[in-house]
Design a binder for this molecule. Structure first.
Ligand SMILES: [Zn+2]
Length: 489
């Protein structure tokens, strides 16, 4: 069975057939480090972390490259505002990004090239484009001559005429065509610059990805990824540069993930409606954020809100509860009893892996894959509820096998990676968030229960205790009042 991936270029799902059998070469556009990253950046990192992990799990060797755009208008503008060097600002936020990625459990790509460390490669590429008549120098800048590249607009599905009709075209007397884009920008006072055959300056944004993907993956490679906002102009321009220079194909498959929205609006720095990764991780454990992100297919938009995060926390707690109930059981039991798991139940549990692979093979449908996790956890809980005091070895083996599968495949999504013991030693607020509770909620209920007890309303008092117990919180009455703790399984 093969993995199929939706290709933005063909607008259809296509089988993944690596150019070099068994070896997938993946390039993803990374961040521009000028500030803390928000949840939209987390989605990009998590989606391609999942892709790389899944491909590796399926036996592929993966060469994963993700760049840092460490010279850019936004970096320069911010560094001027803060009165620091652009390179120092970029360096600082690359480090902050790496801290966030570690907190999220995102594996590092194999290569994380920085634009500023590849200036010679970019200059060489621009020279090739000029030699082929695809670029021209004008007024200290160098531009790409889009009219000379026949396929310009193929990825975004637009013609040059459409683009010009729809775009707010800047007036620039030196450009031959308003859609021509900068490959090299002549130096301006107060901006970082490098020497080039066209005088001092800095690269345009798009050229770095063409130069760095070629250096680390070759002219032709398998998958190019990024957010939907990069289709035009960034990826369209990368194609023009790379195919224009090499005369070859560039990326085979184009994967674009959807946006994270807040109240249906795209989360972005410029709109000011963003939450940083740190804001979210201060409130929710990383696995809750992962489960939330993977609960939507990567191409769909996903709306960030407290209810959705709360639901993700409850869902994660449910998965852990099922796995941990099983892990607390012995490996062997009695041999003289028939198991209580029916044939259908056995088949259902055994089919979990197959269903997970089917979902993921079909364009990384993590939403469906998670559905299979919840179904399996539910089936396991039903078995566990019926399990006799002395269970049969055959049942125990089936249960342990299923729990092992949940742990193993959960690892591909970065879920269920906390061993039981460690999780109980985790931060109280993280553990509460995973249960969808806060300490204030619990203290409020304890106060309510104390009032009920004072009024000798035992039914109300018991109802509160049971409600908390059902959420995984046990109350203990002592001479100093009522205290609470997590239910120990
Ligand atoms: Zn790029």
């Amino acid at each position: 069975m093969s993995i199929s991936i939706y290709n933005t270029m063909s607008r259809a799902k296509e089988p993944l057939e690596p150019l070099e059998p068994g070896h997938v070469k993946l390039y993803v556009c990374g961040i521009t480090p000028y500030d803390y990253c928000h949840v939209g950046h987390a989605r990009s990192a998590l989606v391609f972390d999942m892709v790389a992990r899944y491909l590796r799990h399926r036996g592929y060797q993966v060469s994963f490259v993700r760049n840092f755009t460490d010279v850019d208008d936004k970096i320069i503008a911010r560094s001027h505002k803060l009165g620091v060097e652009p390179a120092a600002l970029a360096q600082r936020f690359i480090a902050e990004f790496c801290t966030d990625m570690e907190a999220l459990g995102v594996q590092r790509p194999d290569v994380e090239p920085r634009a500023t460390e590849h200036i010679p490669e970019m200059i060489a590429l621009i020279r090739e484009l000029m030699d082929k008549g695809l670029a021209y120098a004008a007024g200290g800048d160098v531009f790409y001559r889009v009219a000379r590249f026949r396929d310009y607009g193929r990825l975004s599905g637009r013609t040059l005429d459409d683009m010009m009709a729809g775009a707010r075209v800047e007036v620039n007397a030196v450009k031959e065509n308003p859609m021509d884009f900068a490959l090299w920008k002549g130096a301006k006072a107060g901006e970082p610059s490098w020497d080039s055959p066209w005088g001092p300056g800095r690269p345009g944004w798009h050229i770095e990805c063409s130069a760095m993907s070629r250096k680390y993956l070759g002219n032709d490679f398998d998958i190019h990824g990024g957010g939907k906002d990069l289709v035009f102009p960034h990826h369209e321009n990368e194609i023009a540069q790379s195919c224009g220079a090499s005369g070859m194909g560039f990326a085979r498959l184009w994967m674009h993930h959807g946006f994270v929205t807040i109240r249906e609006e795209k989360m972005s720095k410029s709109l000011g409606n963003f939450l940083t990764i740190r804001d979210v991780l201060a409130k929710y454990p990383p696995e809750v954020l992962r489960l939330f992100i993977f609960s939507a297919h990567y191409r769909s938009p996903i709306d960030f809100n407290e209810t959705a995060l709360h639901d993700a926390g409850t869902g994660l707690a449910r998965l852990y509860a099922a796995v941990e109930r099983i892990e607390a059981l012995p490996q062997t039991g009695t041999d003289d009893t028939d198991g209580c798991i029916t044939e259908a139940g056995t088949a259902q549990l055994a089919g979990f892996k197959t269903r997970f692979y089917e979902a993921m093979d079909n364009d990384f449908n993590s939403a469906l894959a998670l559905g299979h996790f919840f179904e399996t956890a539910k089936a396991l809980n039903q078995v566990l509820d019926r399990l006799p005091e002395h269970p049969a070895t055959s049942d125990l083996q089936r249960l342990h096998k299923a729990a092992g599968a949940l742990r193993e495949l959960g690892g591909i999504l970065g879920l269920l990676r906390q061993p039981h013991r460690e999780r109980n030693e985790g931060r109280t607020e993280d553990k509460l968030a995973a249960l969808g509770l806060s300490e204030a909620d619990i203290l409020g209920l304890i106060a309510e229960r104390a009032a009920a007890r004072k009024a000798r309303n035992w039914a109300a008092s018991d109802a509160i205790r049971d409600k908390l117990l059902a959420r995984g919180i046990a109350l203990k009455d002592g001479p100093k009042g009522t205290s609470w703790d997590f239910v120990q399984s």
